[in-house]
Design a binder for this molecule. Structure first.
Ligand code: MD6
Ligand code: FE
Length: 217
C-alpha cells in the first residue's frame, strides 16, 4: 500500500520550494514551535530591545533589529560587523534559547545541511512599510555554512536574485512558520524584502518577525 508511506506525515512536512541550488523554503516547518519562539523573542527583547540601526551611509534602517547568541550583527557609521556585546547596553547579547537552536538545526538538516551549529541569531522586526533592500550576507567570516531564516507573523514578499546585484530577482511569499535555508552555491545571492503590507496576524498583530541563524566569527 503505497499510501501508507505518507500516512504519518503532516500536510506540510514535505512541502518545500527550491529557490536555487542550495536555497530551499521549507513551508510551515516552524509552525508547531511558533508560540515558543515568540515567547522567547519577548524575553530576549526585554534585555536587548529592538532598535533601528544606522547604515554606514547614514540611513536609519526601517527594519528594527536585535540579536541573541555569542555574537550579533550590528551596523553604524563605521560599517557592518559582528560583535559579542550589544552596543546599546555594553552587555553580552542574551543567550540563544534552546528552542531557537533546535528549530534551526532541524531545518538545516531537512534542507541537506548537516552539522549546522548557529552561534548568532539576528532578529528582525518589520511593521507595515518596513523593507530590506537587496543585499548579500557576507559579514559572517565563514561562508561555508548556510543561513537559516524563520518567518513569523505577517507575510512578506522575499526577493531572491543572483550573485550580481543587477540579476533580476524572483519573488516568493514567506508566511508565518516558513523556514528558508540558504547556503552552498547560493550563499552569496542577493536578496531582500519588499515593503511589508499592512495586515493583522492572529499571534503578532501588525508585524512580521524574522530570525536568521548564522555561523559567524
Ligand atoms: C528577512 N532575511 O527575511 C530578511 N538573509 O526578513 C534575510 O536577509 C536573509 O532570509 C539571508 C538568508 C535568508 C534570509
Ligand atoms: Fe540577508
Amino acid at each position: 500500500m503505497q499510501l501508507d508511506l505518507f500516512e504519518n506525515l503532516s500536510p506540510s512536512a514535505n512541502d518545500r520550494e527550491i529557490l536555487a541550488e542550495g536555497a530551499t523554503v521549507l513551508r510551515g516547518r516552524a509552525l508547531d514551535k511558533a508560540h515558543e519562539l515568540i515567547e522567547a523573542i519577548g524575553q530576549i527583547t526585554t534585555k536587548a530591545p529592538f532598535r533601528h540601526l544606522i547604515t554606514p551611509g547614514g540611513y536609519r534602517m526601517s527594519v528594527a533589529m536585535t540579536n541573541c547568541g555569542q555574537t550579533g550583527w550590528v551596523s553604524d557609521q563605521r560599517g557592518y560587523r559582528y560583535q559579542a556585546t550589544d552596543p546599546h547596553t555594553g552587555q553580552a547579547w542574551p543567550a540563544m534559547p534552546e528552542c531557537f537552536t533546535q528549530v534551526a538545526i532541524a531545518a538545516a538538516e531537512a534542507a541537506g545541511y548537516r552539522d549546522f551549529h548557529p552561534v548568532a541569531c539576528l532578529i528582525n522586526r518589520y511593521v507595515p512599510g518596513a523593507r530590506l533592500s537587496l543585499h548579500q550576507d557576507k559579514d559572517e567570516g565563514d561562508l561555508s555554512c548556510p543561513i537559516v531564516s524563520v518567518s513569523l507573523g505577517l507575510p512578506a514578499v522575499f526577493q531572491f536574485g543572483g550573485l550580481q546585484r543587477t540579476d533580476t530577482p524572483r519573488k516568493y511569499l514567506l508566511q508565518h512558520g516558513d523556514v528558508a535555508v540558504w547556503g552552498g552555491p547560493s550563499r552569496l545571492c542577493y536578496h531582500g524584502v519588499l515593503p511589508l503590507k499592512d495586515g493583522q496576524h492572529p499571534l503578532l498583530g501588525r508585524q512580521r518577525l524574522n530570525l536568521t541563524f548564522r555561523v559567524a566569527r
